[in-house]
Write a protein that binds this ligand. Sequence first.
Ligand code: SAH
Length: 362
Amino acid sequence: MNRLGEKIAGLIRAAGPISVADYMATCLFDPDDGYYTTREPFGVKGDFITAPEVSQIFGELVAVWLVQAWEAIGRSAPVTLAEIGPGRGTLTKDIVRTVARIAPDLAANATVALIEASPRLTEVQRQTLGQSGVSITWHATPASLPNQPLLIVGNEIFDALPFRQFVKADGKWLERAVGLDDHGQFRFGIGAATLDSDALPPGWDNAPDGSIAEIAPPREALMADIAGRLVRDGGAGLFFDYGHLRPGLGDTFQAVRKHRSEDVFDNPGEADLTSHVDFSALAGTARALGLASHAITQADFLLGMGLLERAGRLGENADAAARENISAAVERLAGPEQMGGLFKALAVLPKGLVLPPFRNAS
Ligand code: SAH
């Protein structure tokens, strides 16, 4: 077992099994050995590749949507252009470049802000954006963003926040916990906490014993923070994540290291831990606070924003190898079996507003 594994095992020996949420939070954010605090997760040499790292087109299309949103909310000035969970800073780099080109009015009136929990990644973002020519402020949470209209984006941020699992046993939902077996290895067990079935979507009450339900209060709390601010100051949000549009039962806890999935207990702090994001829960949180929210697949978002046209234009002046790369990126970002179908896009906007390519029905 590695050093972080020993530390978590020590906690369990001292105080008993811990929740899946506490296991995940410790693996990702332990100050000395946590995944986001100490590792380089992204890219070919890292553990996984995210959409902005696949191609600049992703950030360009997001920028076009943000410009459209800014116009729809009345071209507020000043306005904050923010990204939450920026990783290496690539998405903001592409957004800033594109906005400067297509909407100089927005660029002139925008304050760029990054919200990042990891001090190490904050440094990486400083390097990525050092040459961008805009001044940027960093924030540990959305609370310290300036009090003015906000355009905010996030890619793969909600799935990095902890979630809880409950197992149906003897007709009750009991919290799934992480404990130790007789050999001192991690194993799943059942903890004491119960879940009131009122907290779950209708119909889950009848789930058979052994079913697993997932809820993610920290994700909904983050959405509530952002939505509350959008209601107060005006603005819009756009978020992408791996997840489902409708609530569903089942265990989606997963670990990814070096581009492969592995057991969540194999290498604590050395693998990315995630679970599917429940978009209906996030949309419901935003609506309850008085916003409109719409969700579609990432493929529908990117194709609707002109992915193929933009890829074609980039390809015009490129050589055969570069064209090959562009079409591989399009497939990866929008292919139905790839990110296009697995990832979803969620827009949150002032009530009554719906912006293409989102539709009112979703
Ligand atoms: N958006 C980037 C990185 C996604 S990984 C990309 O698409 O490449 C998740 C990012 O969210 C990391 O930068 C991680 O440090 C950050 N993060 C995780 N929890 C956070 C929180 N509560 N607040 C802000 N950032 C957080």
